[in-house]
Design a protein around this ligand. Structure first.
Ligand code: UD1
Length: 342
């Protein structure tokens, strides 16, 4: 995954030699963020309970850079694990979560516990480092979600519109955002929530019923099978390539003006229907004659999603670098290299 050279040039002085913690750093987006932080010269602690990820990618990084990558297996609900992971860290990237809307419908208690209570624990642990001797955590950057917009008819989504969450997942991520802004207002911490719009790319898990749609489609297409669409396929999503999401984290962690609990959309400003997505992916995979099959719509599913990214541009200097088509080509290339031929 490549980051734009001019941005990297400007970010390197900030991250070089800096110690940061990435919760959920063994996961899909977290793993790519760790890659980028490593390339910028940071030392990284990863806190992950491996509940939704494996050590595979991280183990390679640790082998390459044993001095700069440290893995702690633990939960964000465990205060001891948090204080261990945050000791000496100047920035916390909080991505540890139970993701998937559908998983939260099946297990709302766990979703709230990990995503909302877990975030409260992360914030309190970060706050605690500042009452200890030496310098503590200066900023917490949180992986929030576009899901709280729910079924509000206004498109594109702007941060000022009222949230209308449809799922326990959306409610848990919204609660967590509020906790970040409360920690800015009440305790004077520097925090920021990035509302990620449907992130996709290499290494996204594709083998679970809760997998993101692009990973699930890719897996089926690579096996010569028809992708399954839940609903009429006319629902829309703003798909963000993982390197753009990573860039947003890096910019948010390094911005000169300290954020104070802001909530910022991270997407592309373009959406497609799932029918169009299936067509684009079949084409990119070289199987244009495979057409999707339709199954009943899922509960709590958002119909339309599209980001207004003006605030991200203004606050962070964020600009998405990858079109959906280019991201899909990169993903399919990766799939071809990583799936052994049968
Ligand atoms: C939601 C959030 C997103 C968040 C993600 C975390 C919204 C708009 N987006 O994603 O910000 O990062 O949760 O998990 O709320 N689908 C199929 N076939 C499949 C798989 C999915 O048709 O095999 C459909 C789903 O029913 C849905 C769409 O594809 O309509 C996207 O689903 P998914 O990839 O799971 O993400 P969201 O639920 O949109």
């Amino acid at each position: 995954m490549k980051l734009p050279a001019d941005k990297v040039h400007r970010l390197r002085p900030f991250y070089n030699g800096r110690t940061v913690c990435v919760t959920g750093g063994a996961g899909f987006i977290g793993g790519h963020l760790v890659d980028a932080l490593l390339s910028l010269g940071a030392s990284i602690r990863v806190l992950d309970d491996l509940s939704n990820s494996t050590l595979e990618h991280l183990a390679e990084l640790i082998e390459l850079e044993p001095e700069r990558v440290r893995f702690l297996r633990g939960s964000i609900l465990d205060d001891d694990a948090l204080s261990d992971a945050f000791a000496g860290a100047a920035t916390v990237f909080h991505l540890g979560a139970m993701c998937s809307v559908q998983r939260s419908v099946d297990d709302p208690q766990r979703s709230f516990s990990v995503n909302a209570t877990g975030t409260l624990r992360v914030l309190q642990a970060a706050k605690k480092t500042n009452s200890l001797a030496g310098s503590g955590v200066e900023r917490v950057v949180f992986a929030a979600s576009s899901s709280p917009y729910g079924d509000d008819p206004t498109l594109p989504r702007v941060e000022t519109q009222l949230p209308r969450p449809l799922s326990p997942y959306a409610a848990s991520k919204l609660s967590a955002e509020h906790l970040l802004s409360v920690h800015a207002r009440c305790y004077g911490m520097s925090t920021i929530s990035l509302r990620l719009f449907n992130v996709f790319g290499p290494r996204q898990p594709s083998d679970s019923p809760y997998s993101g749609v692009i990973a699930a489609f890719a897996r089926r297409l690579m096996a010569g099978e028809a992708p399954v669409i839940f609903g009429d396929g006319l629902q829309t999503r703003d798909f963000t390539f993982v390197s753009d999401a990573v860039l947003a984290f890096l910019l948010a962690g390094a911005s000169k003006v300290p954020p104070r609990g802001e909530v910022v959309n991270i997407g592309t400003g373009r959406s497609v229907t799932l029918l169009e997505l299936a067509r684009l992916m079949a084409q990119a995979a070289g199987v244009p004659n495979i057409h999707p099959v339709l199954q009943p719509e899922r509960p709590a599913d958002v119909k339309h999603s599209l980001a207004n990214i003006d605030l991200a541009r203004q606050l962070l200097g964020y600009e998405p670098m990858n079109t959906l088509e280019a991201g899909l080509v990169e993903l399919i290339e990766w799939c071809k290299q990583s799936v052994p031929a049968t």
